[in-house]
Design a protein around this ligand. Structure first.
Ligand SMILES: *[C@@H]1O[C@H](CO)[C@@H](O)[C@H](O)[C@H]1NC(C)=O
Ligand SMILES: *[C@@H]1O[C@H](CO)[C@@H](O)[C@H](O)[C@H]1NC(C)=O
Ligand SMILES: *[C@@H]1O[C@H](CO)[C@@H](O)[C@H](O)[C@H]1NC(C)=O
Ligand SMILES: *[C@@H]1O[C@H](CO)[C@@H](O)[C@H](O)[C@H]1NC(C)=O
Ligand SMILES: *[C@@H]1O[C@H](CO)[C@@H](O)[C@H](O)[C@H]1NC(C)=O
Ligand SMILES: *[C@@H]1O[C@H](CO)[C@@H](O)[C@H](O)[C@H]1NC(C)=O
Ligand SMILES: *[C@@H]1O[C@H](CO)[C@@H](O)[C@H](O)[C@H]1NC(C)=O
Ligand SMILES: *[C@@H]1O[C@H](CO)[C@@H](O)[C@H](O)[C@H]1NC(C)=O
Ligand SMILES: *[C@@H]1O[C@H](CO)[C@@H](O)[C@H](O)[C@H]1NC(C)=O
Ligand SMILES: *[C@@H]1O[C@H](CO)[C@@H](O)[C@H](O)[C@H]1NC(C)=O
Length: 396
């Protein structure tokens, strides 16, 4: 009995190791070297109006520049270059005046392959009086995120949350950026898969006083691109919810080169937000997005200092992400909403079954097949043996 248990356990282990090797060989080998700089080129204590965080992620022969800025509406700009020595140059006088294009440049200019920016433009609140969660319900005046007072970034902890206090409310909206050297997954839900080619943004609304008991919130995002703006949202369905239980959908807001199917840049999220900061499964609430629509690029540039500084010729698409469906608890139930998204270049990473699940499936499906096979062979040989004995009988 004990011998059998040991043997099965060993079989599990062997299969598990085999699939771990198998499934990890293709990924995770690609890494980037990260360097972080706060307000590059600025020497005085802190520039007035907001900070600029620069993360340089150098690959074999390319570089990703992540620029996260709170001059105006919070903005993440991602520039991909084909050189491992490209750099960011800021003319701070012009940058702070926020009225000139080219005050922030990535050099050499000829090395720039693509760029994408995501502007967090507005927080919208509506009174869902009939609990229909219709995105076109009675809206309160929106919170323009460019007008909030944003916290300062401290160079000793540049990845600390960036929080803006919401007017007439003790609460705040916070954003937290993470950048990665290699592939992996956060410990906390929704446990998005990230790669070295992407960064993650956590967004949460903490303690904002709702203006009605049945308030729900929406977040308006603007994507700005040069040659390839993020113009469509693909919904990715998967039966695999191992890392985000019961959530089977992810949205990929993508740009494509010249209408081809090759994706140049993306924003990806799971269709879920959470009502607590350390959520349990029942704290999940679905989120939805509207279709991306062309927006005024002038408005985006006016709202975000980084957009004005970097882009001259742009196209802008915007969409709203709305939290909660009809019948779900309202914001007032916990006064917290937390949502996570990924911004990167290339195709969005998609979840695949983990080694453990594959091993379990292999054992679960493989064992019965093995039993059938062995059983079949045994029956066949038995039958043949009996036929052979039977064939001799008449002679006897
Ligand atoms: C990129 O780097 C690899 C080695 O890391 C090298 O073999 C290859 O020639 C480089 N490509 C270019 C275009 O420089
Ligand atoms: C930018 O603004 C500054 C003052 O804020 C002004 O002196 C300058 O003329 C403006 N430049 C342009 C090109 O509008
Ligand atoms: C990429 O690198 C090559 C060689 O350094 C350069 O000639 C080219 O202009 C760069 N830019 C793009 C967009 O390919
Ligand atoms: C809520 O329902 C009432 C009664 O059905 C209706 O008169 C009212 O217009 C609805 N309000 C909204 C915002 O849909
Ligand atoms: C940054 O954080 C450190 C330690 O938390 C603190 O001592 C320092 O005063 C902070 N600097 C600024 C500019 O807030
Ligand atoms: C904040 O409160 C003041 C006075 O109570 C009001 O005039 C103003 O519109 C409020 N602002 C927002 C964004 O609700
Ligand atoms: C990340 O980008 C590098 C360079 O463009 C590419 O070689 C690599 O395959 C990408 N990795 C993933 C996981 O997309
Ligand atoms: C939110 O709920 C609390 C009790 O949970 C209640 O006292 C408060 O009035 C509600 N807020 C609004 C805006 O209705
Ligand atoms: C992109 O589209 C333009 C016209 O819209 C066309 O002239 C050009 O050849 C296309 N480029 C590629 C690489 O398909
Ligand atoms: C988001 O929703 C608000 C209110 O319905 C609307 O005014 C705004 O145009 C929407 N934004 C986008 C980008 O669709």
């Amino acid at each position: 009995m004990a011998a059998v248990t040991v043997k099965t356990r060993r079989t599990f282990l062997v299969i598990f190791l085999f699939f771990s090797l198998f499934s990890s060989s293709g990924q995770s080998s690609f890494t980037r070297q990260l360097t972080v700089q706060l307000n590059p080129g600025w020497s005085a204590p802190a520039p007035p109006g907001g900070d600029l965080l620069h993360i340089r992620a150098v690959g074999d022969n390319d570089t990703l520049h992540f620029l996260f800025c709170s001059q105006g509406a919070p903005t993440l700009l991602l520039v991909h270059t084909n050189s491992s020595s490209s750099s960011v140059k800021v003319d701070w006088t012009l940058f702070l005046a926020r009225n000139t294009t080219g005050s922030l440049r990535v050099e050499p200019e000829s090395s720039v392959l693509s760029s994408t920016a995501l502007v967090f433009s507005r927080l919208l609140e509506y009174d869902d009086i009939n609990d229909t969660a219709s995105m076109t319900s009675d809206l309160f005046p929106p919170y323009e995120l460019q007008n909030l007072g944003w916290s300062r970034v401290n160079s000793s902890d540049p990845f600390a949350p960036l929080c803006g206090s919401v007017v007439n409310s003790s609460g705040s909206i916070c954003l937290q950026l993470s950048a990665f050297e290699s592939e992996g997954r956060d410990q906390s839900w929704p446990r998005l898969l990230h790669t070295a080619n992407s960064s993650q943004l956590g967004v949460w609304l903490d303690g904002v006083s709702p203006r009605a008991a049945r308030s729900r919130f929406m977040l308006e995002l603007q994507a700005v691109g040069g040659a390839y703006p993020l113009s469509r949202v693909d919904v990715h369905q998967s039966i695999d919810d191992e890392f985000t239980p019961s959530i089977f959908k992810a949205s990929h807001w993508v740009s494509s080169a010249n209408g081809s199917s090759e994706v140049v840049g993306f924003v990806r999220w799971r269709s879920v937000a959470f009502r607590r900061s350390k959520p349990a499964l029942e704290d999940a609430t679905p989120c939805r997005n509207s279709a991306p629509r062309p927006q005024s690029s002038e408005a985006a540039a006016a709202a975000s200092g980084l957009i004005r500084a970097f882009y001259s010729n742009i196209e802008t698409f915007g969409l709203n992400v709305s939290f909660g469906l009809a019948g779900e608890p309202f914001y007032n139930s916990t006064r917290l909403l937390s949502w996570t998204l990924l911004v990167g270049v290339g195709s969005p990473p998609v979840d695949s079954f983990s080694a453990l699940v594959v091993a379990i499936m292999a054992v679960g499906l493989g064992a019965p097949v093995l039993v059938l096979l062995v059983g079949g062979v045994w029956i066949c040989t038995r039958k043949r043996a009996m036929e052979q004995t039977a064939a001799y009988e008449p002679i006897n």
